[in-house]
Design a binder for this molecule. Structure first.
Ligand code: WQD
Length: 337
């Protein structure tokens, strides 16, 4: 069986991709340092996947340890999720973000290269598009970033493209995520941000379950149908299945590819609030607050390339995203704690 290394394996997207890979017949070796995830994920992966997880706690910045694991486990390909991902935090700690995200990427690539592994999936982000000039956003759109987190994704891509140019053995899928939300249908794994959630849906979920009083809607005067921000929310299991499709193409010998992973549809903040109220049967009270610095009015993906290159399209709609998020939140009111 083909064996896949997942870095950041117990994180939100990593844990869901773990299940999708096992479901698709791959063997998985997970690594994580638990800096932004919980060990409690592992027994749930065991129960949901029906097999004991192969996992090692390590910092991907420890190249020697990671290289030894890649050699021992005879890894065929890797998906690199391990990175810090909070925009606001990145502006408070830019150097920590550069070191962790870019240093971790370089170290992971070194560990793979040392063992002759050149098949690589990089977790990138729609944040590399900055303020879009046109919608939907194609992969050919101009790239720019306005915060250190976004810069690490943009420079991560550039660093890997240069690596490919110098060493054509590398074949890399650059997957640009739009807004991942939701949870596995079991409700046993899901998004569990530490502290106050930066992102919309986990915050809405915590209001619905009663952990928080009210949602602050950041801006009601955007040039959008209802004045609130529009985003391309994509179900985390669709996203996970997109990674499986990309790995299959690379392992079949496909060339490197850069692909948007989104639905191609935008929803406003208030549409998400109403969908969540319908899914949960709970009220989500909110106030219209000032715009959040750095936010764009609207952002959603051109998904044509994902369909053509990966044979992948997102299948789950906003109602399913909210229903699955609510099942996770109501079964785990305090997350994994
Ligand atoms: C969505 C919409 C907010 C919270 C960021 C990163 C991106 C990726 C996903 C990591 C916006 C509004 C939010 C709240 C609100 N992260 N909002 N009240 O900013 O599109 O993308 O997260 O990979 O790289 O940039 O996502 O969920 O923070 O915001 O009104 O309490 O919800 O203004 O319109 P965003 P988000």
């Amino acid at each position: 069986m083909t064996k896949i290394l997942l870095t950041g394996a117990t994180g939100y997207i990593g844990s869901h991709t773990w299940l999708a890979l096992v479901d698709a017949g791959f063997e998985v070796v997970g690594v994580d340092d638990f800096s932004n995830s919980a060990p409690a994920v592992l027994p749930r992966i065991a129960r949901l996947s029906g097999r004991e997880p192969v996992f090692e706690r390590l910092d991907v910045g420890d190249t020697a340890a990671l290289s030894a694991l890649v050699a021992r486990e005879r890894i065929d390909a890797a998906v690199h999720f391990a990175a810090s991902k909070a925009v606001g935090e990145s502006m408070e700690q830019p150097l920590a973000y550069f070191r962790n995200n870019l240093g971790g990427l370089i170290s992971t690539a070194q560990a793979l290269q040392a063992n002759g592994v050149h098949c690589f999936v990089f977790s990138s982000s729609a944040t590399v598009y900055g303020t879009p000039e046109a919608l939907p956003i194609p992969e050919s759109a101009p790239l720019s970033t306005a915060n250190p987190y976004g810069l690490t994704k943009l420079h991560g891509e550039q660093l890997l493209r240069e690596l490919e140019r110098c060493d054509p053995r590398w074949r890399i899928a650059y997957l640009r995520y739009f807004n991942p939300v939701g949870a596995h249908e079991s409700g046993d794994i899901g998004e569990d941000p530490r502290g106050t959630p930066n992102n919309l849906m986990p915050y809405v979920a915590q209001v619905a379950i009663g952990r928080r009083e009210r949602l602050q809607v950041f801006g009601g005067d955007y040039p959008t149908p209802d004045g609130t921000g529009v985003r391309d929310y994509v179900h985390v299991m669709d996203l996970a299945e997109g990674h499986v499709a990309a790995l299959r193409r690379l392992l079949d010998g496909a060339d490197s590819m850069t692909v948007n992973l989104g639905t191609g549809r935008g929803h406003s903040v208030l549409e998400v609030v109403r969908a969540y109220e319908r899914a949960s049967g709970r009220r989500v009270p909110y106030d219209i607050a000032p715009r959040r610095p750095g936010d764009v009015a609207a952002c959603y993906a051109d998904v044509g390339l994902a369909a053509r290159l990966l044979g992948w399209r997102a299948r789950r709609d906003l109602a399913a995203m909210c229903e699955d998020s609510w099942r996770w939140q109501s079964k785990n009111p305090q997350g994994y704690a």
